[in-house]
Design a binder for this molecule. Sequence first.
Ligand SMILES: Nc1nc2c(c(=O)[nH]1)N[C@H]1C(S)=C(S)[C@@H](COP(=O)(O)O)O[C@H]1N2
Ligand SMILES: [Mo]
Length: 305
Amino acid sequence: MAHRWTNDLTEADVTPHGVWLNRRQIMAGLAGGIAGAGLAALAGPAAAAGDDLEPNSWKEITSYNNFYEFGTGKSDPSERAGSLTTSPWSVRIDGLVERPGDYALGDILSKMTIERRIYRLRCVEAWSMVVPWDGFELADLLGMAGVKAGAKYVAFETLLRPEEMPGQRYPVLEWPYVEGLRLDEAMHPLTIMATGLYGKPLPNQNGAPLRLVVPWKYGFKSIKSVVRITLTSDQPPTSWNKANPREYGFYSNVNPNVDHPRWSQATERRVGGGLFSRRQPTLMFNGYEREVASLYEGMDLAKYY
Ligand SMILES: Nc1nc2c(c(=O)[nH]1)N[C@H]1C(S)=C(S)[C@@H](COP(=O)(O)O)O[C@H]1N2
Ligand SMILES: [Mo]
């Protein structure tokens, strides 16, 4: 697999927004003349934790998936999602917004700036990957619709189409898959709607044509194939919380100190690491602590899991 992105990356491409700003501030403070050359030596939070952000391969990211609408096996999505019709596609944005409506995906994309974000993805099952997403900030989309005063949460819904999503014929979960974020989490610059990966359109198994990515939360919060976004005043229901509230809370922040009732969350297996590779430590907020910890100041993260 040719890694096209290695040739045309800029520093802004490979760095989460918050970190980029911090580095820019650092650069601004440095003596002139070494900008550019000095960048590679500055380590972000990932490197500081002894973890590099070497993306997983296209093959790994697109053949080892969770997308229960196509079955519960890791290879079910790549084997079955191909026939999902993703065009035309529209997203209903409603609830507490100034401009509710059915937004055609093409109209949305014509107003959004697509950028590359290389993020860690940590599944609650304790495996992980690094994914080079292409997408735009959810805050920009919410701004387009105009968030009304009184909105405190954002609810998301996946397409319901059992004719094309064979997993929806079985009551594994209540369909459609739903997720939710607090408004400040949704507006955070790290929160994106992904439209592609490795510079190519998002494969169906990864949630085409539009899926949420919230890198500091367990993967199941990053809801795929989104058709509806609703601004609400009350905390919305979420699929995994409805299925098993003891095991899955609303927040679901990656936290190595709060174990799943059935397994430890202290370490993770990097997909593609090889049969004999060591498990690696799971990082607080999946390595994005510096950027997001302030959202949860004063909260008991064992209670609000
Ligand atoms: N609609 C929907 N979204 C979903 C899921 C799902 O089953 N249905 N699985 C979640 C889980 S558990 C994970 S770990 C990620 C996996 O994303 P990926 O397949 O792109 O790696 O998608 C999340 N989004
Ligand atoms: Mo997951």
